[in-house]
Design a protein around this ligand. Structure first.
Ligand SMILES: [Fe+2]
Ligand SMILES: [Fe+2]
Length: 344
């Protein structure tokens, strides 16, 4: 049952801050075993940004008149009436800019993540189960930043990536990695889940995409599966160990972080709107007023909603935050559950 709250008279101690029950979670031994398995998989199935991508293959050549750069319809802008009614050359130009920008946001985000991981592992105890796994993750993210940067370089458009204010604050984020690791790894998920969701949606849609994009996405989706697994296991384990009030605060920060970092990836920045003269109403409608857009926003965060339920980060107040941010909906039944799509 959902607790009723009257904010004026209710103190924090009276609110049911806890999720109905927080599942036991993994034993220490099981947790070590999961991290060990992820580490072994990182050794057995890994990719190098240059050995595993044949950048100079003729199929990978980036031409600015190639219609395969037109945005896929799973992208809110790509599927919009406004975009589809533009001349083909403009659709291609927008597609190139937008996809280059997503790659740039990706590598800026991963750069912040690597800095945070280094900060976090620096003070881990010697037998920490996280050390080995996190160093594998940092290695993989180094390759991803090279892969994304090379793609932007080959597309050849000087895109800004994240909104300016996030770039300006970026040196401070890694400080959370030591002091507030649950918040830090929630931020990690907030960056990883949207990009992973969009890449999987594009691959699943079977629309024709440029082969360079396809190769990068395949590699990225394969390795992110481990990173996302780790962040889920870590949050599930550590969140119930927080003090009650701390967990309550984290339960409110968690959806806000998801939305801010999700928007950094999903919503095209100001520079983009200006460069292509996109009317403000179109952007306002697509991010996130239109019913299909709302559905997408809800779908993107289905896995992290399920995690919030499992980690004790869903309570009567945080549910309101999820709803206010338009990210509510049912939690995913299992990780990466594909959203239901009906044929038009
Ligand atoms: Fe990555
Ligand atoms: Fe990652």
């Amino acid at each position: 049952m959902v607790a009723q709250i009257a904010p004026e008279q209710t103190t924090i101690d009276e609110i049911d801050l806890d999720a109905p029950e927080i599942p036991e979670g993994l034993s220490d031994e099981e947790y070590r075993e999961v991290l060990h398995r992820l580490s072994v998989a990182s050794v057995e199935r890994k990719f190098d940004a240059f050995a595993d991508i044949d950048w100079d293959h003729p199929d990978f050549e980036v031409r600015h008149d190639d219609p395969r750069w037109i945005l896929p319809t799973v992208d809110p802008l790509g599927g919009s009436q406004w975009y589809r009614s533009q001349p083909v050359e403009k659709q291609i130009a927008i597609g190139l800019w937008r996809q280059a920008n997503v790659f740039r946001v990706g590598w800026q985000f991963e750069n912040i993540l690597i800095r945070g991981i280094m900060q976090h592992v620096f003070s881990l105890p010697i037998h920490s189960p996280e050390y080995r796994y996190l160093m594998h993750e940092a290695t993989e993210e180094c390759h991803h930043t090279q892969m994304f940067q090379e793609a932007v370089h080959r597309i050849g458009i000087d895109v800004p990536g994240m909104p300016r204010w996030i770039r300006a604050l970026s040196p401070t984020f890694s400080l959370f990695a030591n002091r507030f690791p649950v918040v830090f790894f929630s931020g990690v998920l907030a960056g990883e889940e949207p990009i992973d969701h969009v890449q999987k949606a594009i691959l699943r849609s079977r629309e024709e995409i440029h082969p360079m994009m396809g190769r990068i996405m395949e590699i990225h989706v394969a390795e992110e599966a481990r990173h996302i697994s780790f962040a889920h296991e870590y949050i599930k384990r550590m969140s119930p160990r927080l003090k009650r009030r701390q967990r309550f605060v984290v339960s409110l920060i968690y959806p806000v972080l998801m939305r801010i970092l999700g928007d950094a990836i999903l919503v095209p920045p100001k520079e983009f709107r200006r460069a292509f003269d996109i009317p403000d109403e179109v952007i306002h409608e697509l991010y996130w007023e239109a019913p299909e857009s709302r559905k997408m926003l809800s779908d993107v965060f289905a896995d992290v909603r399920a995690l919030a339920e499992q980690a004790g980060l869903m309570n009567a107040v945080s549910r309101r935050v999820w709803r206010a941010l338009k990210m509510d909906g049912r939690p995913a039944r299992y990780r990466s559950e594909p959203p239901v799509r009906f044929a038009a």
